[in-house]
Each structure stands twice: as structure tokens, then as C-alpha cells.
Design a protein. Structure first.
Length: 341
């Protein structure tokens, strides 16, 4: 094994999980970036695995790889930048282990991230949300489950994977304020309060899908049954039924986006809370954002609040409103103010 692959092994199996304590999802992302680089070198540079070494890596090579990601694999700018940051971390680690590789690390470090165009945040209005939540056929168990998933996703503003990772004992219903523990990116856990109406749907769901006589505290809250066995539900499953409900709801509500997807519920809840007056620092904590700059997208996105603020303000060139005195053309009021009545 040459030094390049030996360093990769230590980076993925020791440094990231044991020293940096990164989550399996983050490590998988780093692994994907390195696998793609190796695929690029094999297919585009016609190199065998044994020929891939640190000596091949320079700024031009990394730039070619990033262009290949966008042109041949049709990756977006966000994905391109994620892959680049993963590679920069790897070559920084390699430089830490061997000072002769610091030159490689410094050269890769000069590759800039590509500027991203700010995307509009798509969310549902209150009316559109209500229309969407009425689409599932709750006379059937699967429809009741799907509606509860969407309700819980909205109420907690959870990411889809956070929701699918929930277990029965993650819900704490004792005490004055019931809440649920959500495990987010980087293994960070946050407690999110639950609304009273959501709890009604939760108990209804629990009685059907987790009967008291067979309920285990560590059971996955949401699951699918395959060949009689309970299996973890996939995000694709949620995305699939939400797409169907969204298409049906768009016929009834014109303001429903063309594509309805799980993360939209998170955006929708965030916008609704922001409109209701929740400060951005508190909203960032509610959403599990480690950087408040991530939360600022909701301040930029809310055109309705901007419109309302503009309407409340008086245009500087507009004539000032003339306030008529209460006594004008009212003889009785004039006499009372004069003390004559």
C-alpha cells in the first residue's frame, strides 16, 4: 500500500471518527469526495490505482477534477464546494503527518470555492399547508401515518433524517411542556417543544403503529414493513408521498410550489415562526443551526414582512395626513370645551 492510500485509511478510520468525533454521515461525505477523486484519476487520467500518489496532486489537477464534477456528473456549485472542502481537509491532515506534503496541502488550499447564487427559499403559506395536510386519506393507516409525518415535520422543523431517526422514548411528555429530542448534524441534540394538536396526532399514531402491549421504548417511531419485518423508513419514501400529495394539492391551491419536498416543511415552519416574531438567534437554536448566518436566509426570504413594513411607513414625498380637530363643525362640542355646558 502506498502512502496515499495509507493516509486515506487513517484519515477515514482514525482521524475523523476518533480524533475529530465526526458523525458517520460526515465521514461518508468525506469518503465520497475521495472516491470521486480516485474515479476521476482512473477514468479521465487513465491511471491505475497503484499509480495514484501524492506526487500527482497539484492545483491544476484539483481544478480539473472540480470541473469534471460539474460538467460530467452535473453536480451543482454547492456539491462542488463540499467536495473541495473535504479534499482540503484531507491534504491538510496529510501535511500534518508528513511535512514533505505541506506543499501539496498549500497548493490545494489555493483553489477557491465557487461563488454560489443565493437560492430563493420555497415555503408554503398557511392556506397551502392546510390544503397539503388534508391530502392523505386518513381512513387508511398509511394515510394517517403520512399525515402525522408531515405534521410532526412542520411542528418541529426537523430535517427528514432527524425525523426518521426518532425512537419512541425520544418523546418526553411529562412536565408542563412536552418536547422531543432531535439529533441533528454532527451528533448535536436539541429539545423541541410540541404543540397540543401535534400531541393528539402523536397519540393517535402511537395507538395504531405502536400498540401499548407490544411497544418498546427503543422502537423506531416511523418504519415500513417488508416481508413481515419492521425496517427503517428511507427519506426517499417520504419524498415520494409528499410529491404525490403536493401534485394533488396544487390543483386546489394555486400558491403551492411546483415541487413539494420534505425540507420545505422545515423552511415553512421557520418562515412562519419568523413572521410571528421569533428573533433570529432563537430561531437558529430552534432549527439546530450552529451558525446564525445560515438562519439569515429566512430574513432575506420573507417578502411578505418587507411588504408589510413598507406599507406601514409613510413615503417621504407623500403629503402628511391632516388631522381634523374634534370640534370642527360641532357647536355642542365647542360649547362643552368652553365650559358653557
Amino acid at each position: 500500500m502506498n502512502d496515499f492510500f495509507k493516509t486515506i485509511r487513517n484519515f477515514l478510520t482514525v482521524f475523523l471518527p476518533k480524533q475529530k468525533c465526526y458523525s458517520p454521515h460526515t465521514i461518508r461525505s468525506y469518503r465520497d469526495a475521495l472516491n470521486l477523486l480516485i474515479e476521476f484519476l482512473r477514468t479521465e487520467k487513465d491511471l491505475s490505482v497503484s499509480e495514484i500518489t501524492f506526487a500527482l496532486i497539484d492545483r491544476a489537477m484539483i481544478c480539473d477534477f472540480l470541473d469534471w464534477l460539474q460538467e460530467h456528473r452535473h453536480c451543482g456549485t454547492t456539491t462542488r464546494n463540499q467536495r473541495l472542502n473535504a479534499l482540503k481537509s484531507f491534504f491538510r491532515y496529510a501535511g500534518m503527518l508528513d511535512c514533505t506534503l505541506m506543499a501539496v496541502h498549500m497548493e490545494v488550499g489555493t483553489v477557491p470555492v465557487k461563488k454560489e447564487q443565493r437560492k430563493l427559499v420555497e415555503f408554503l403559506s398557511e392556506k397551502a399547508l392546510e390544503t397539503l395536510l388534508h391530502e392523505p386519506d386518513t381512513s387508511k393507516q398509511i394515510g394517517l401515518r403520512n399525515r402525522f409525518i408531515m405534521i410532526l415535520m412542520y411542528d418541529t422543523a426537523a430535517r427528514c433524517q432527524e425525523l426518521l431517526d426518532l425512537r419512541v422514548d425520544d418523546f418526553i411528555l411529562s412536565g408542563k411542556t412536552p418536547f422531543v429530542y432531535l439529533s441533528g448534524k454532527g451528533g448535536k441534540t436539541r429539545a423541541v417543544p410540541l404543540m397540543e394538536k401535534t400531541l393528539l396526532h402523536y397519540h393517535q399514531y402511537l395507538d395504531i403503529f405502536h400498540p401499548a402491549q407490544t411497544r418498546q421504548s427503543d422502537d423506531l417511531l416511523f418504519y415500513t414493513v417488508i416481508h413481515g419485518q419492521r425496517c427503517r423508513m428511507s427519506p426517499d419514501n417520504v419524498a415520494s408521498f409528499m410529491k404525490i400529495y403536493g401534485a394533488a394539492a396544487s390543483v386546489k391551491a394555486k400558491d403551492i410550489p411546483k415541487r413539494v419536498h420534505p425540507h420545505q416543511m422545515r423552511h415553512t415552519r421557520a418562515i412562519h415562526l419568523y413572521r410571528s416574531g421569533m428573533p433570529l438567534p432563537l430561531l437558529a437554536e430552534f432549527l439546530g443551526h450552529s451558525n446564525i448566518n445560515t438562519t439569515n436566509i429566512y430574513a432575506y426570504a420573507d417578502t411578505e414582512m418587507k411588504r408589510a413594513a413598507i406599507e406601514k411607513s409613510i413615503h417621504p414625498t407623500a403629503p402628511a395626513e391632516i388631522i381634523q380637530p374634534i370640534w370642527k363643525n360641532d357647536d355642542e362640542t365647542i360649547l362643552k370645551l368652553s365650559g358653557l355646558h
